[in-house]
Design a protein around this ligand. Structure first.
Ligand code: SAH
Length: 220
């Protein structure tokens, strides 16, 4: 992680099963302070936008020296810039990154990052959705959480992924647990029938219906 706020990490990623995986060394994270790569006494990392306008832009020279130190040219890890202009994050992308050698994430701040460093260091821009956050750190946590939970051993049983939303191009079927009767509503009878073939078929039908109703774009 390259960030102006390394103290935010691991944050929520340090809780629950992901946190246990972190403690057990199933995954690791290092958050580096971008300011450590500045070379003036004020540790300046940003400057005003060329051409005018509001806000500040992260300087390319400082960010490039951070990237070159943390991920030199022979480092095989993906170099990602969190950015609302990026390719929207998908489960397939998280899965691909989970199978790779790791990632280096640049967290933007202010108005963003000088375009030249994005190109010169071949940063892959990833967005977590069509809205604008104040900084890349929470977006990076979303990306990391999606990836880390797919690392073998972090979440336990691998089959717990197979049926999940987006894994097979569908949204998940509805889930139920006891009590049998909740405010007058019963658990669908089929789920307590013990007939695993019928249960699988019912779940598949429910998945297809929910996907058709809510996200027809996924079926296309
Ligand atoms: N001026 C930019 C927004 C800057 S927001 C624009 O209009 O495109 C500041 C930083 O927050 C960005 O550099 C990026 O790192 C992060 N960020 C904001 N929204 C994001 C999103 N939807 N996905 C990923 N990162 C985002």
């Amino acid at each position: 992680m390259i960030t102006l706020f390394p103290e935010l990490f691991p944050g929520p990623l340090g809780a629950s099963v992901l946190g246990r995986g972190l403690n057990d060394g199933l995954w690791s994270l290092r958050a580096s302070q971008l300011r450590d790569f500045a070379h003036d006494k004020h540790r300046t990392v940003d400057d005003t936008p060329s051409g005018g306008g509001a806000g500040m832009v992260l300087k390319p020279d400082i960010l490039a020296s951070a990237i070159d130190t943390i991920a030199p040219p022979d480092d095989r890890r993906a170099r990602i810039l969190m950015s609302p202009r990026g390719t929207p994050l998908t489960q397939a992308k998280a899965r691909a990154l989970a199978q790779g050698p790791g990632i280096v994430i640049v967290c933007g701040r202010f108005e963003g990052v000088d375009q030249r460093v994005i190109e010169a260091r071949n940063l892959e821009e990833i967005s977590i959705g069509d809205y604008v956050l104040a900084g890349g750190e929470t977006a990076a946590m979303v990306l990391l959480e999606a990836i880390v939970r797919l690392i073998p051993g972090v979440l336990g049983a691998p089959e717990s992924h197979a049926d999940e939303s987006f894994e097979n191009g569908l949204l998940e079927y509805p889930q139920y647990t006891r009590p049998q009767n909740f405010e007058g509503a019963e658990i669908p009878e089929i789920l307590t029938s013990g007939d695993h073939g019928k249960i699988a078929k019912w779940r598949r039908q429910q998945s297809e219906k929910i996907t058709r109703d809510r996200r027809p774009d996924l079926l296309e």
